[in-house]
Design a protein around this ligand. Structure first.
Ligand SMILES: Cc1cc2nc3c(=O)[nH]c(=O)nc-3n(C[C@H](O)[C@H](O)[C@H](O)COP(=O)(O)OP(=O)(O)OC[C@H]3O[C@@H](n4cnc5c(N)ncnc54)[C@H](O)[C@@H]3O)c2cc1C
Length: 467
């Protein structure tokens, strides 16, 4: 039986960052992974594949060039499922290669198999061939992520009715698709498919969607995706899903029925904790199988067991999981030097993409914060003209009390890259003066910050910040 300083269960972003951080602090670390390769949901079914798919679709469809050459413009005439899969495989292989190299360079041991606790300080790992091995450790870090929620009333078959993981092995590109769930994953896949000219019906039971994003942006986004042809149905509860030889049929509570060649169910994910036998180590989960932790240290109620990444819930991003992994490992190894900055960006790789950092206008209003708004449209920037952008906007919220930036929300080309300027200014406690006083590269989309900053600044009382 081998003993480790730290055993990490799961090799996604949280597990990988934690393992490498602990190894860099000269500790003996084991990573256990039940998948066939390291990388987690992030590399194999989530972030990287969906973003590779998006990039491939944007390139092959010629979507970015359509404002110049017309809506019927295509870079490749007939796009097949194989075209999408080819690039996917290359990107994923490369990611796995980098990761394996990172583990070996940092002398992190890896073990493939499913882990479960046998006591508070030991786990058993069952390999694919049924072989069993036991390990003990001083500390454990649970980074087991999530699995798609698959309710009984959805007749999943991996061909016509798919969950969020199965869509990556799309057997063919359908002519029509129903997407259930207008959360981040549903919206991303629905708009990607629409960019491929698939007729998409996006169904959401609530009357609104992506509620953490500023309403102005959502209005802009909704207008754009409807213009693309997405049939967005809010306030529509699904009562029945059935299939026949050719189609999937969905019955809605409001009496309306819809049919399509394929259905993607993208309404939620559950913590992947069922196989961990957490009773053996004295831990419990919530109703969605997630593990509660202290949000500063990532310690569970069992102080030698840590948990981070998607298995602890919000915000469930690869970006935040990486940082949580590092923070947790430092804490576990008595090196509590790393902290997390308060503001992190949220990126939604829909078509068009959206990204936010800080507060939305609704949040400022709710908290009773007096603010001014600055808006810039991408078409006001020279870079926007060059790129042929007809849409896209940046909205900046500025405190009327001290001119500090409260939040920035962007919809349009490059939003997920551009947001990092806002993130830096927010976390450094900067004011709108930063944007007003600094020179920006020209022509760039980043100039939108200057335009929005001036827009807000010109309407604000001139505060003397020295007093
Ligand atoms: C479609 C989709 C798109 C996404 N897009 C983005 C995006 O654009 N940006 C972003 O920041 N985030 C995105 N995410 C979220 C991101 O993928 C996750 O936040 C991230 O993967 C979480 O990392 P993690 O380390 O917590 O777990 P995961 O990446 O889920 O990895 C967990 C690993 O643990 C393993 N495991 C589970 N149980 C056991 C066990 N008992 N024994 C051994 N191993 C086990 C699993 O096999 C898995 O490999 C997306 C997610 C999805 C599904």
């Amino acid at each position: 039986m081998s003993h480790y300083d730290l055993i990490v269960i799961g090799s996604g972003p949280a597990g990988r960052a934690a393992a490498i951080q602990a190894a860099k602090l000269k500790h003996k670390v084991l990573v256990v992974e039940r998948g066939q390769k390291v990388g987690g949901v992030c590399v194999h079914t989530g972030t990287i594949p969906s973003k590779t798919l998006r990039e491939t679709i944007m390139n092959l469809s010629g979507y970015r060039e359509r404002s110049f050459y017309g809506r019927s413009y295509r870079a490749k005439d007939e796009i097949k499922a194989r075209d999408l899969r080819d690039r996917l495989r290359k990107t994923l292989d490369y990611e796995v290669d980098v990761l394996e190299h990172q583990f070996s360079r940092n002398r992190v041991d890896t073990m493939f198999g499913e882990a479960h606790f046998t006591s508070k300080s030991s786990i058993e790992v069952i390999g694919e061939d049924g072989e069993r091995a036991t390990f003990t450790a001083d500390r454990f870090l649970l980074a087991t992520g999530t699995v798609p929620f698959r309710p009984d009333y959805i007749p999943f078959d991996g061909e016509k009715v798919l969950d969020g993981d199965e869509i990556l092995s799309l057997p063919r590109i359908p002519r029509s698709m129903i997407v259930i769930g207008a959360g981040v994953i549903g919206v991303e896949y629905a708009t990607m498919m629409s960019a491929l000219d698939v007729h998409v019906i996006l169904i959401e039971p609530r009357d609104s969607f992506l509620d953490f994003i500023d309403k102005t942006l959502i209005q802009e986004f909704t207008h754009e995706i409807r213009d693309m042809g997405v049939d967005l149905r809010l306030g529509s509860t699904v009562t029945k899903v059935s299939t026949d030889e050719e189609k999937v049929h969905v019955e809605l509570e409001n009496g309306r029925n819809v049919s399509a060649e394929m259905l993607l169910f993208a309404a939620g994910r559950m913590g992947a904790t069922e196989k961990l036998n957490l009773e053996a180590c004295g831990l419990e989960t919530d109703h969605r199988n997630r593990i509660p932790v202290d949000k500063d240290s990532y310690q569970t109620p069992q102080s030698h067991i840590y948990a981070c990444g998607d298995v602890i819930g919000f915000p469930s991003l690869a970006s935040t999981s990486l940082q949580q992994g590092r923070v947790a490992a430092c804490h576990a190894m008595d090196h509590p030097t790393l902290k997390q900055s308060p503001w992190f960006p949220y990126g939604i790789y829909s078509v068009p993409e959206m990204s936010t950092c800080g507060m939305s206008e609704e949040e400022c209003a709710e908290r009773g914060i007096a603010y001014e708004v600055g808006i810039a449209r991408f078409r006001e920037t020279s870079r926007g003209h060059i790129m042929g952008l007809k849409t896209g906007m940046l909205k900046m919220l500025v405190s009327l009390k001290n001119r500090k930036i409260l939040g920035v929300q962007i919809v349009g080309e490059g939003a997920t890259e551009l947001i990092h300027i806002a993130q830096a200014v927010l976390n450094l406690d900067g004011t709108v003066d930063y944007f007003v006083e600094n020179t920006f590269n020209y022509p760039t989309l980043a100039e939108a910050y200057k335009i929005a900053g001036l827009d807000a600044w010109n309407r604000m009382p001139n505060l003397d910040l020295e007093k």
